[in-house]
Ligand binder design. Structure first.
Ligand SMILES: NC(=O)c1ccc[n+]([C@@H]2O[C@H](COP(=O)([O-])OP(=O)(O)OC[C@H]3O[C@@H](n4cnc5c(N)ncnc54)[C@H](O)[C@@H]3O)[C@@H](O)[C@H]2O)c1
Length: 348
């Protein structure tokens, strides 16, 4: 199947490394970017065609559009592509509102095409191992869990950090999908949420000398705390923030009535898993995969999508996950204290 990449920025090179490993099944044949210089550079580096965004979406030679634009453009690019009967793999989040999600979902159904989305880290070895441990009852019956992603934002390293502080950015829509997807894959759907959020800093100073602006006005909340009740009655607390000075040390723990499991960071495809040893009263390493190799695995979701389309094994459950994550994020983001727990209606 032929792939066209739209958005030739920081992450596109990682995708290319991953996708090039699967040339038997898929081939990236074209790229497009709103900034033609970026598309031209990417096409030169990878020996593929440059097209305009509209040409790529309309091209008969393209089967799948891989949407690697910033969050604010995800809906528009994916919607146009689905309308033109292209399958889509979108970076997270798939959209920013329930309305947009509904339009994507119905267009996908009407046109008999599929929308898959990042994160796809759950396809990596570390999450597969964690699922195996959880489903074989290693920690007993699951009671609860805890998520904590603390950082001081991306302006220190990203080549274009502005969009992380504009609509569609912020830690909930940017990092939330990794942790929420892992939780939903491991524990099933989320039924109710409570969410609080705030913006601590009105401006961000850009520290990366290669960026040609020095300051970003922050338009979105950057510190979130939530509680989630799952359909299975599991309760999880959830903190994601760009406001906290703390080394990058994310936490995703699941608690059972027999023991606890510390999963690998779902922002990566691999990592270490620890189980709590009740007798020694300490965490024990139970699984270790090599140092982070995101370049190696990036694009795994596109490969899975191609396999499922070819083998006619696309599952409704699989398709609904990114839409469910969108519902949960929207509910956390618009939580109203007066109304109490917000029910997730599962509209998709
Ligand atoms: N950078 C990372 O480490 C990373 C990791 C995982 C996921 N992501 C996700 O990948 C996506 C892209 O991130 P990035 O870091 O590559 O950003 P980036 O800003 O480096 O690249 C985005 C590219 O999209 C282009 N673009 C913007 N609007 C467009 C439009 N309407 N049509 C066509 N092209 C458009 C820009 O010109 C730019 O080249 C985001 O959703 C981000 O959350 C990034």
């Amino acid at each position: 199947m032929n792939i066209g990449i739209i958005g030739c920025g920081a992450i596109s090179n990682q995708y290319m490394i991953g996708l090039n490993k699967h040339k038997k099944d898929i081939e990236v044949t074209a790229c497009a970017d709103i900034d033609k210089n970026k598309a031209d550079q990417f096409s030169k580096d990878n020996n593929i065609k440059t097209l305009s965004v509209d040409e790529l979406i309309l091209s008969d030679e393209i089967d799948i559009v891989v949407n690697l634009t910033p969050p604010l453009s995800h809906f528009e690019i994916s919607y146009k592509s689905l309308k033109n009967r292209k399958h889509v793999f979108s970076e997270k989040p798939i959209a920013l509102t329930i309305d947009e999600g509904k339009k994507l979902f119905s267009t996908m159904k009407e046109n008999n095409v599929y929308l898959y989305a990042a994160p796809d880290t759950f396809l990596g070895p570390a999450f597969k191992k964690a699922q195996e441990l959880l489903s074989s009852n290693k920690i007993g019956k699951i009671i609860g869990g805890s998520v904590n992603f603390t950082s001081h934002g991306v302006e220190g390293w990203h080549p274009n950090p502005e969009f992380y502080y504009k609509k569609g950015g912020g830690p909930l829509f940017d990092m939330g999908p990794y942790y929420l997807t892992a939780l939903v894959k491991a524990l099933g759907p989320i039924q109710e949420v409570i969410g609080y959020s705030k913006k601590t800093f009105e401006k961000r100073n850009v520290e990366n000398p290669e960026v040609n602006y020095k300051e970003i006005n922050v338009d979105v909340d950057t510190h979130y705390f939530g509680l989630m009740k799952f359909k299975s009655e599991i309760i999880v607390d959830f903190q994601v923030t760009f406001d906290v000075w703390k080394p990058y040390d994310p936490k995703l723990e699941v608690y059972g009535d027999e023991s606890s499991l510390k999963l690998a960071d779902p922002n990566n495809y691999d990592g270490d898993i620890f189980i709590f040893d009740k007798d020694l009263y300490q965490w024990e390493l139970i699984y270790s995969s090599p140092d982070s190799q995101n370049n190696f695995y990036r694009g795994l979701g596109v490969v899975e999508m191609v396999k499922a389309i070819k083998n006619n094994t696309v599952s409704e459950d699989e398709l609904s996950v990114p839409f469910h994550i969108l519902e949960v994020m929207c509910a956390l983001d618009s939580f109203d204290l007066e109304s109490g727990w917000t029910k997730i209606i599962q509209q998709f």
